[in-house]
Design a protein around this ligand. Structure first.
Ligand code: PEP
Ligand code: MN
Length: 337
């Protein structure tokens, strides 16, 4: 059962629910959605009498395995990354290099990202590379460079964490933690990110079903972190002509299943620079709350994922078109009522 509570009137109600759950051998976990509402996740049974209280605005039985992520008890969640809101109706464009390779590369890339109109800077410090011989990222030095780029541009930063032990240090430098496709089912990492006080960008594993992905989001939510954004980044299919297949069915389906925002990554989803702009716009047309794109001034010299990295001029065009398309679709929604 999930109980929704108006935080401004919650005086004493949590204690009452806690005492009632103890009496019946249930346990409760509280999640703060950062919008004035709390959810109490009740594991077990609770006496129905305690559910009548002015602060309780909803009581939902949990029929989905991903009960906190489910749309059954909540219409939408807006996630804040620094000052940027994801899920408020205007798409958020996140962009930057796949990997941070040095100060100059990142600062020029960050300035170009900002000039292109994107509002969140991406860049990898801890990199999950297929080959152990490929550049693995600069680690903590990369985090420091990212924080420097934030100071220089004002853009909040999203960067990947690969292990539970990296969460603490990454939280100190970054505004959002990325959990990559290869770690979507790394349950100790999900739990640790669930205890962090920073939003999490949870990428879909490339062979994960939608339900498995939502269950991974549930791990983070169930530890108390309400700030989760899902990222569709392509799945692996029988077709080898592209690196991955961007599964845009996922976007409208997730809009039916979950209140969490969803962003689309057409860079990894295609693996091919020329396919990135059209698939970015297709993601917006499908209803995505944002995009995450690999972009830097000299894409061909990128140390990682060069073939899918776009130039800043292209990023600026994609950003302009994505925002215009979203406005157009919003107007259509208003007209058709
Ligand atoms: C990345 O964002 O650079 C990355 C490695 O993404 P994914 O986990 O989706 O492969
Ligand atoms: Mn990459």
């Amino acid at each position: 059962m999930i109980i929704t509570i108006d935080k401004s009137k919650s005086n004493g109600v949590i204690d009452t629910l806690g005492a009632a759950s103890q009496r019946s051998g249930a346990s409760i976990r509280i999640i703060d959605w950062n919008d004035g509402s709390l959810s109490v996740n009740v594991l077990g049974q609770i006496e129905p009498d305690v559910l009548i209280h002015p602060a309780i605005t909803g009581v939902h039985s949990a029929t989905r395995p991903y009960r906190l992520a489910s749309k059954e008890h909540r219409e939408r969640t807006v996630v804040r990354v620094g000052e940027v809101e994801i899920g408020n109706g205007t798409p958020v464009i996140m962009a930057g290099p796949c990997v941070v390779s040095d100060v100059e590369q990142l600062i020029t890339a960050a300035e170009a990202v900002k000039a292109a109109g994107a509002t969140v800077l991406r860049g990898g410090a801890f990199k999950p590379r297929t080959s152990p011989y490929s550049f693995q990222g600069l680690g903590e030095e990369g985090l420091r460079i990212l924080a420097g780029a934030r100071a220089a541009t004002g853009l909040p930063v999203v960067t990947e964490v690969m292990e539970p032990d990296q969460v603490e240090i990454t939280t100190e430098y970054a505004d959002m933690l990325q959990i990559g496709a290869r770690n979507m089912a790394n349950f100790p990492l999900l739990r640790k990110a669930g205890k962090a006080r920073k939003p999490v960008l949870l990428k879909r594993g490339f062979s994960a079903t939608i339900e498995e992905w939502l269950m991974s989001a549930e791990y983070i939510l169930s530890e108390g972190n309400s700030q989760v954004v899902l990222c569709e980044r392509g799945i692996r299919t029988f077709d080898t002509s592209m690196r991955f297949n961007l599964d845009l069915n996922a976007v409208p389906l997730l809009k039916e299943l979950t209140h969490l925002p969803i962003v689309v990554d057409p860079s990894h989803g295609t693996g091919k620079r020329s396919l990135v702009p059209p698939m970015a716009l297709a993601g917006i047309a499908a209803g995505a709350d944002g995009l995450i794109l690999e972009s830097e001034p000299n894409p061909d010299s990128a140390k990682c994922d060069a073939s899918q990295t776009i130039e800043p001029e292209e990023l600026a065009r994609v950003t302009r078109k994505a925002l215009a398309l979203s406005r157009l679709l919003g107007v259509e929604d208003l007209v058709s009522g």
